[in-house]
Design a protein around this ligand. Structure first.
Ligand code: ATP
Length: 490
């Protein structure tokens, strides 16, 4: 994780929020490359889950909602985590996570020497297990208290109880309260889904592990509504749709390059299930901190719509034409974190390789996710024709793809820099491209394209560059494109 955090800072992906004031461990800022990466993840998710599907529509609901929403949804009463405090150092912990961190121990068997014992293990000298504060190793922990994770604020100029509202802790409720608006305005038929990407806020007791758990984050959520009276091949439609969504979401991460062996499905145990959920699975990723939730896919039944109907007094039903009756749809909810996905894509793409005795760091991002698609590099920055041609090429390519120009180092170094931020293709303009007008030598008007992963290089005419990138950054494979052009000198 430390390697990723430092790469992210050094190369402009992610900075600590308010760093010049000492930062906060609970919020992070996306730099120039990070914002591109995150936008690309969100764009890919939106395209695949909304634009490419006939049964999905999008929504962008507000963060501040009527406070009754949180009463109806259960968040006001139940969106809590058990919290314990250290009586000595006052540090706070989530009671259910306290065993997941290493702990400080003053060992009586070694004259009170201080050790850091790995999470969940006993001290190897005295065999005692943790009972005190894991951070200071001295204080007793209080008994657990429930702590509500919602951020409270005031709507309007008066700070009084009547003006209390909350920053949404999830985007889902914005979808449920708009169910009827979307249904009527879009004339939808079940089954259909509403998707939304947006910020959510949780006053997490122990945020941490970089962008894995923060207090402000972005969610990518789908509520897929199903007619509970319907069956598919003799099985309840909601159960079948739940399975379809688990498969679809599991495949999605792999489509964008995440390795299969780093993904797994974890079924929620009966005692872990929310009381309204019929079944929930987590899609887990093998993060640098271990296997953890990347996305949850839950069958929430008709709980949310029924709650909002009851609290608002408005009917939130669907008229089943065939059966001539009103039904409250069941809902399948695939709920993913944009920041957590970014962390997983980043961790998965990160490789350290040895190339001709030198270490190279490369981010093997899927081209759709890579923050920069093409870097145009002049081989010699002293030759004005080379520099002008390279600038012109950048300007042309940038109309279609994120393209950068860089001449601040020797070519080998420039390639390494682009590898390190995951740019799939570099285009190099050299002496051969432009020729030498003083000597009356025309250039060949060809440039070199270098592919990030194989580091292979081909020589292609500038006139064909646009078409080549249409293929390379579309569905074309490098090997198929490269076959048609001569290799360039490495
Ligand atoms: P956890 O058990 O990790 O606290 P959760 O089960 O509370 O997560 P959900 O309510 O299911 O999470 O939220 C859906 C998704 O939103 C999660 O899978 C995760 O990707 C993302 N998410 C939730 N909380 C955070 C957070 N504090 N920081 C970053 N992402 C989060």
């Amino acid at each position: 994780m430390d390697v990723l955090v430092s790469l992210c800072k050094r190369r402009g992906f992610i900075f600590q929020s308010s760093e010049i004031y000492g930062g906060t461990g609970a919020a992070w800022d996306y730099g120039p490359l990070g914002v591109e990466l995150k936008n690309n993840i969100k764009r890919a998710w939106w395209r695949d889950n909304i634009h490419l599907r006939p049964d999905m529509v999008g929504l962008d609901a507000s963060i501040l909602m009527h406070p009754q929403v949180w009463k109806a949804s259960g968040h006001l009463d139940h969106f809590t985590d058990p919290m314990v405090d250290c009586k000595a150092c006052q540090h706070r912990f989530r009671a259910d996570k306290v065993e997941e961190q290493s702990w400080i121990h003053y060992c009586p068997a070694t004259k009170g020497n201080k050790f850091e014992v790995p999470a969940g293990e006993p001290c190897k000298h005295c065999n005692v297990r943790r009972s005190l504060c894991p951070d200071c190793g001295k204080g007793e922990l209080t008994t657990p208290r429930q702590f509500n994770l919602m951020f409270k604020t005031f709507m309007g100029p008066v700070e009084e109880d009547a003006a209390v509202t909350y920053l949404r802790p999830e985007t889902a409720q914005g979808i449920f309260v708009n169910f009827d608006n979307v249904l009527q305005s879009m004339r939808l038929k079940l089954p259909f889904g509403i998707a939304q990407i947006g910020k959510a806020f949780r006053n997490e007791i122990t945020p941490g592990n970089f962008i894995f758990r923060t207090r402000e984050f972005e969610q990518m959520e789908i509520e897929f509504f199903v007619n509970p009276l319907e069956t598919i091949d003799g099985r309840p439609a909601d159960e079948v749709w739940h399975e379809r969504w688990i498969e679809s979401r599991f495949a999605w991460y792999q489509r964008y390059g995440m390795r299969r062996e780093n993904l797994r499905i974890r079924e929620h145990e009966k005692d872990e299930l929310a009381h309204y959920a019929k079944r929930t699975v987590d899609i887990e990723y093998q993060f640098p901190i271990g296997w953890s939730e990347l996305e949850g896919v839950a069958n929430r039944t008709d709980f949310d719509l029924k709650q909002h109907a009851q609290f608002s007094g408005k009917s939130l039903t669907y008229f089943d034409e065939e059966r001539k009756q009103h039904v409250v749809p069941y809902v399948i909810e695939p709920s993913a974190g944009a920041d957590r996905s970014l962390l997983a894509f980043l961790a998965d793409a990160y490789r350290e390789e040895e190339v001709r005795g030198e270490r190279r760091v490369v981010l093997r991002f899927h081209p759709d996710l890579a923050p920069v698609k093409i870097a145009v590099l002049p081989l010699l920055k002293k030759r004005p024709e080379i520099v002008t041609t390279a600038h012109d090429l950048r300007a042309t390519l940038a109309r279609r793809w994120v393209t950068v120009y860089d001449d601040t180092a020797a070519i080998g170094r420039l390639y390494r820099r682009q590898d390190e931020v995951g740019t799939p293709y570099c285009v190099t303009v050299d002496v051969q491209t432009v020729g030498d007008s003083a000597k009356g030598e025309p250039g060949d008007r060809c440039v070199t394209i270098r592919e990030r992963d194989s580091m292979e290089q081909i020589r292609v005419p500038i006139a064909e560059l646009q078409g080549i990138f249409e293929r390379l950054l579309g569905d074309g494979a490098w090997a198929d494109v490269a076959r048609s052009y001569p290799p360039a000198r490495g």
